[in-house]
Design a protein around this ligand. Structure first.
Ligand code: ZN
Length: 522
């Protein structure tokens, strides 16, 4: 106690002294500034110009951060006591403190060359360094021109502009505002447990701006993802819903997704049964023989090349589909040529494929390993599966530009692949049926349905599997895979699996439609 008493007066004195110093420091600073007006031009989805007050000192230009936030449509939270303001830009949180050069973005600390200013109208930020920081986090380009005191904000154009969730008497309505009209064949919705996925082929989305947690109706969270050829909007729901309670309506500038949660059906419900049916019909299959050209794939002890085996099986499979199912079949390659991984999934999406079957043969340093496996996309559950996917993904070393795969090769991939599982249930079903048929036809070791992070399956917006037909590294299986008879059997097995899957899926669609209870406004 005695010690405290002795320190306290000194401490108070110190604060007083700092306060006086601070006042002069502040006043001295504010007096030396000139007032000016900064013109701001925003170009993008909305075009407008506005003006902000600006303080100029030498080459430094300061603007009130709260006003700048308004221009950027950022939500703000101001703590008067701590003299801090928080800007919420997309999913980023930007903390600015009065008279302080440090900016905290999410959990990262940045130092600007000068401190912010503070007066009765709030915190002022040095515009050059502040927008330079924002530019690295935000999908807008900032161009500051001190000569004519002008700030240009160029917003990247995205054709998926806004998402609005509304609660209705009988359910939840998701309104996806677009800048163009999408046709129904470019939109697919799927449900997997508590997630609703809306894939929009040709859609572009600002994945930072549209990410939100509306907590309205059954929609808890929205996660947008941009893929090469499509945009995917993932809606996390508060509870599992049924496929038949979701319906889609497409307008000129909007896509409406309704989720029916009440059993009460409004009188004016109309169903577009035929369209709904057509969309689900599996009428086009994409066969993707792995590797090709300069990429031989796995090579057996006797020199058999994976690329040759899988091409032959693919061609045999195509013949079966065409002859017995009278269905459209497209192949990512039907000759010995090299095709980039991303082009394979882009090809499937572009051509409106309804199923994607990638055919491979694998290898293992342990020559005794053998068997038939069907893979779905998902985080690998064993080191062995991880290694196989890594081997298949290593094809990108033959490709000219890796850049397009972005971060897919690191741990982000797992997150992505989970979010991407819009066709997870269907893909699992398809894999199970192929695996069952393989067991019946091939009498080989049944390695079951597994999952791993295959790049070729990422971004393909349809049920998709990767078949590892056998181990080319195993002498016995290399011999089998070399024979025409066995290759034919493999093709028959895959064919039968797809046939069973198709029959079952289309039966589900029929029964769904016959219930005639989709939630739809007309
Ligand atoms: Zn392969």
């Amino acid at each position: 106690m005695r010690l405290m008493n002795r320190i306290k007066p000194k401490f108070n004195f110190l604060i007083l002294f700092a306060g006086i110093y601070f006042f002069f420091f502040l006043a001295g600073n504010l007096f030396s500034f000139q007032n000016a007006t900064l013109k701001i031009n925003v170009e993008g989805e909305k075009n407008f110009s506005t003006h902000l007050d600006c303080k100029v000192e030498g080459r430094l230009y300061y603007v009130p951060v709260r006003k700048l936030a308004d221009v950027l449509e950022a939500r703000t939270y101001y703590n008067n006591l701590a003299k801090k303001i928080v800007l919420y830009l997309g999913n980023h949180k930007i903390k600015v403190t009065a008279l302080n050069p440090f900016i905290v973005i999410d959990s990262q600390v940045y130092q600007m060359p000068v401190a912010t200013l503070y007066d009765q109208s709030g915190i002022w930020v040095p515009v050059q360094s502040f927008v330079a920081l924002l530019g690295t986090y935000y999908s807008q380009e900032f161009q500051f021109n001190p000569k004519n005191l002008q700030l240009n904000i160029l917003q990247e154009m995205h054709n998926i502009a806004r998402i609005q969730v509304e609660e209705k008497v009988n359910g939840t309505l998701i309104r996806i505002m677009t800048l163009k009209k999408f046709n129904s064949s470019s939109i697919a919705t799927r449900i997997s447990q508590k997630w609703l996925y809306v894939d929009i082929y040709g859609g572009t989305v600002d994945s930072t701006r549209l990410r939100m947690s509306p907590k309205i109706g059954v929609v808890r969270r929205i996660i947008p993802l941009q893929f090469e050829e499509s945009a995917q909007l993932s809606f996390q729901l508060t509870r599992p819903i049924n496929k038949r309670d979701v319906s889609l309506q497409i307008g000129d500038r909007e896509i409406l997704v309704s989720i029916r949660t009440s059993k009460k059906i409004p009188k004016n419900i109309l169903l577009d049964l035929e369209n709904e049916k057509k969309k689900w019909k599996i009428d086009k299959i994409i066969i993707d023989p792995g590797h090709g050209g300069k990429d031989p794939g796995a090579i057996g002890p006797d020199g058999l090349k994976e690329k040759d085996v899988v091409l032959d099986i693919g061609l045999r499979l195509r013949k079966l589909f065409q002859k017995r199912m009278h269905i459209k079949v497209l192949m990512t390659r039907d000759t010995d040529r090299f095709v980039e991984l991303r082009e394979r999934s882009a090809f499937a999406n572009r051509n409106g494929g309804k199923l994607f079957i990638s055919i491979h043969a694998n290898s293992n340093p342990r020559r005794s390993v053998r068997g038939f496996t069907t893979y779905c996309l998902g985080p690998a559950r064993s080191d062995e599966d991880r290694a196989i996917a890594k081997e298949e993904n290593s094809v990108i070393k033959y490709e000219d530009s890796w850049a397009g795969y972005g971060d897919l090769t690191n741990e982000n991939f797992i997150l992505l692949s989970i979010a991407q599982n819009s066709f997870n249930q269907e893909s699992q079903n398809l894999a199970a049926m192929i695996q069952t048929a393989a067991r019946r036809h091939l009498h080989t070791h049944d390695r079951g349905v597994r999952q791993a992070g295959y790049l070729v399956l990422v971004g393909t917006t349809m049920p998709k599997v990767l078949v590892e037909t056998g181990f080319i590294s195993n002498r016995k299986e290399e011999r089998l895979l070399r024979s025409r008879k066995y290759r034919q059997k493999v093709a028959e097995a895959i064919y039968e699996g797809v046939k069973n899957f198709r029959e079952k899926e289309e039966k589900i669609v029929e029964s769904d439609n016959s219930m005639s209870n989709l939630f739809r406004k007309k």
